[in-house]
Design a protein around this ligand. Structure first.
Ligand code: ADP
Length: 659
């Protein structure tokens, strides 16, 4: 403890000693006011002092001196000092144990809970009862040092003055200390009441006390309590404690002065006792009311914060669920739809918001076409407690198309209010993924087959060449024949690989659209194929498309038209285009070839499907590339017999350039 601290404590103790001296009853060694009941407790609490410390030593010395000053003999003063010291330490230790969250007792909180007031009151009552016990025992053991004897009233007076002082000093001191040391900004010191109301309450207090202490022959003390209730109910706990402090001091001072209702009691000591009881009551009442209000306000605040947090969380949840690309549904066992997002409606091909009924009406099957019974549906299984991950189902939607959905269904904790099982469903439309996968596996199978065939041919022919060489009888003409077959097999492989690459890029390449003049492009392609005389290009409106991909379309179609002609016949190809509506240009590639059997007209656009695979070479990929490119531009393509006679017409649409 620094010198300033020691000086301060000493000064406080002197006051603690002088006040009792001034307030000693005539002919008695006991005093009516005893600040030493509260000040040392507050001091040790605030200093966080330990039992063996300089503070403790000073306390012992000051308590002894204060008792001597208050008029006790040496022996009695020692006993009373011991009682004071024990009482002080019991109070400090109990407060630290019972009110650990309070500022000064180990925590940072102000005195703002009735529970804390109860803890404070209980700790002080127990400690002061211990002190009173020791003091009484000492007075009984040293009867000659107690002139007037030590009766029940003296015991009660000892207890009362200590409790009164401790309640007032600690209530006020702990609140003030907390407020001064708490970080800014601090809450309003006034509480709910405004300045005008505070002035009114103080005027009321002064008026009431003046009235009561003036007409002390009337039993008028009860209106005084109203002042404490008013201040406690409407102003901060600190204001209420300050009010109690001032009112308590004034009451005791006036009573000591022989004024007021308590001084009117015949037995002076009993009057003091009543006054102390009164002051303790108003201090406790004020604190209880103010802290009760503080607690209510804190709870209301917490409720408001919780509500705000709930609203924020709800908004946040809605935003997160709404922004998800995956469909989210929460269903319960009664069939109610508790949560949904737009992606769920999109995946199911329905309009948002969904209703429980529309979802129940969806027909679904497994991918192999087998039926899914109600009990086996992902939602039912999740409601029964099973977690289902990535189950693929086929659903038929209103426009007649089918979709592949990948669904996960996870059981959620039971709804406690309705005691219903709930399940979270996550839905993804994986139709195109599924189609891609199917396509890929078909593709891989055919590619493996079509590449293996020419490779086997190459193997076979080269082996024969080696055998003939070994036999030493390789005839030059035979060798030429073998080599030409190897060459043709390797050319087939090269063409297949080229088509495969074109097929892959036709879907992977980003569209880079611009103006494309069809007639000019057709002339270029015909020139590239040295078939200018066979290909005619009429004027056609410009289209909006990716020039590289559109060249591929026309090249494939013109190539087929030149290829699929009867042997010995001269191929004739006509390309024409016309605006069919405001947005689209329809282009026709007509030939005089062998035509397409009716049953193959749609299927020739599928990968590897060939209508004339025996007589003509090819990979069966060209038209699938063509359809994919046309579709990517938003157009469609079909094949039909040539109305002008033999041959076929391939007709497709592309966006008009100036649409
Ligand atoms: P490829 O020509 O490599 O066989 P395509 O995908 O280009 O593959 O064509 C698929 C099939 O469609 C061909 O095998 C052929 O049977 C048929 N076909 C395509 N174009 C014509 C055409 N102009 N006339 C007759 N048949 C055609």
């Amino acid at each position: 403890m620094g010198a300033a601290g020691a000086l301060c404590f000493a000064a406080l103790m002197v006051v603690s000693g002088l006040v009792p001296r001034m307030s000693a009853l005539d002919g008695e060694s006991f005093s009516a006011l005893w600040p030493a009941g509260g000040i040392p407790i507050l001091w040790l609490l605030v200093r966080g002092a330990r039992t063996v410390s300089v503070d403790s030593a000073l306390l012992v010395a000051a308590a002894y001196a204060a008792n001597l000053v208050a008029g006790a003999d040496l022996g009695l003063a020692a006993v009373f000092a011991a009682a004071n010291v024990v009482q002080t330490w019991v109070a400090v230790l109990l407060l630290r144990r019972w009110c650990p969250r309070l500022w000064g007792c180990g925590g940072q909180a102000p005195l703002d809970r009735p529970r804390s007031v109860a803890g404070l009151g209980a700790a002080l009552v127990v400690a002061i009862a211990v002190g009173t016990g020791i003091g009484t025992a000492g007075a009984l053991l040293l009867p000659d040092q107690v002139p007037g004897g030590f009766g029940t009233v003296d015991v009660a007076l000892w207890f009362g003055r200590n409790l009164c002082a401790a309640l007032i000093v600690l209530g006020f001191g702990l609140l003030l200390g907390q407020r001064i040391t708490s970080p800014r900004p601090r809450p309003s010191a006034r509480g709910e009441g405004g300045v005008i109301e505070l002035t009114a309450a103080l005027t009321f207090t002064v008026g009431m006390y003046a009235l009561v202490f003036q007409f002390d022959d009337l039993p008028l003390t009860f209106p005084l309590l109203a002042a404490s209730v008013w201040v406690g109910a409407r102003f901060s706990t600190l204001v209420s404690a300050s009010h109690s402090l001032v009112v308590g001091l004034v009451t005791m001072a006036l009573t000591l002065n022989g004024t007021g209702p308590f001084a009117g009691v015949d037995d002076v000591a009993l009057g003091y006792l009543l006054a102390q009881l009164y002051v303790s009551t108003i201090a406790l009442t004020g604190l209880a009311i103010a802290t009760g209000r503080d607690e209510r306000v804190a709870l209301a605040d917490e409720l408001r914060r919780t509500r705000e947090a709930a609203v924020y969380e709800e908004r946040m949840r809605a935003a997160v669920i709404g922004s998800m690309t995956e469909g989210v549904l929460v269903v319960d066992e009664a069939g109610d739809l508790l949560v949904q997002n737009e992606a769920a409606a999109r995946a199911l091909g329905m309009a948002a918001p969904l209703s429980a009924g529309t979802i129940a009406a969806i027909e679904s099957t497994r991918l192999d076409g087998s039926e899914v019974t109600k009990d086996h549906q992902p939602s039912c299984r999740a409601l029964a407690g099973e977690a289902v991950y990535d189950e693929q189902l086929l659903i038929r939607i209103d426009d007649g198309t089918e979709r592949v959905l990948t669904i996960s269904a996870i059981p959620l904790p039971r709804d406690e209010i309705n005691a219903r099982a709930r399940a979270l469903m996550l839905i993804r439309d994986t139709t195109s993924d599924h189609a891609n996968r199917e396509e890929l596996s078909a593709f891989a199978g055919v590619v493996a087959h079509d590449l293996r065939n020419p490779l086997a041919a190459i193997d076979g022919w080269t082996e024969m060449i080696a055998d003939e060489l070994d036999a030493g009888a390789l005839d030059a003409q035979l060798a030429q024949e073998f080599v030409s077959r190897v060459r043709s097999a390797s050319r087939r492989m090269r063409e297949l690989i080229r088509d495969l690459l074109a097929h892959a890029t036709s879907s992977a390449r980003d569209l880079d659209v611009g103006k494309v003049e069809i007639a000019a492009l057709v002339r270029e392609i015909a020139a590239g194929r040295h078939a200018e005389g066979q290909v005619s290009a009429e004027h056609a409106p410009a289209v909006l498309g990716d020039p590289v991909l559109i060249r591929q379309v026309l090249d494939n179609l013109i190539g087929n038209a030149l290829k699929y002609v009867a042997p010995g016949e001269q191929a004739k190809v006509a390309v024409r285009g016309a605006r069919t509506d405001a947005r689209w240009v329809t282009i026709q590639v007509a030939d005089n070839g062998i035509g397409i059997p009716e049953g193959d007209r749609d299927r020739i656009f599928e990968e590897f499907h060939r209508a004339h695979y025996r007589e003509y070479e090819g990979s069966g990929l060209g038209l699938s590339i063509v359809r994919r490119i046309v579709n990517r531009h938003g157009g469609t393509i079909s094949a039909m017999p040539n109305p002008e006679g033999q041959g076929s017409v391939f007709e497709f649409t592309l966006p008009a350039y100036d649409a």
